[in-house]
Design a protein around this ligand. Structure first.
Ligand SMILES: Nc1nc2c(ncn2[C@@H]2O[C@H](COP(=O)(O)OP(=O)(O)OP(=O)(O)O)[C@@H](O)[C@H]2O)c(=O)[nH]1
Ligand SMILES: [Mg+2]
Length: 62
């Protein structure tokens, strides 16, 4: 997969804010602080397009 020009569009909190373009969508689900934003940055080859928190999640079950 080649991603040429990634950009942050919006952090939508209601349906009326959803982007209207017809690009494919990817859903990324996970508990808070588990590394979703870090994963996005890694996949895009960018350091901080998605903001990450400073403290890693403790390595606990569940
Ligand atoms: N040890 C370790 N730490 C990681 C890994 N991935 C992310 N982190 C750290 O875990 C913390 C949380 O990562 P985020 O990417 O902000 O997690 P998130 O799931 O986006 O968090 P929310 O947006 O709060 O839901 C950051 O300090 C990352 O540096 C990993 O694979 N290993
Ligand atoms: Mg995040």
């Amino acid at each position: 997969m080649l991603i040429k020009n990634p950009k942050f569009e919006i952090s939508a909190v209601s349906k009326k804010q959803y982007p209207t373009c017809n690009l494919p969508e990817i859903v990324l689900v996970g508990k808070s602080n588990v590394g979703k934003s870090s994963f996005i940055n890694t996949m895009l080859g960018r350091k901080s397009l998605a903001r990450t928190s400073s403290t890693p999640r403790e390595n606990t079950p569940n």
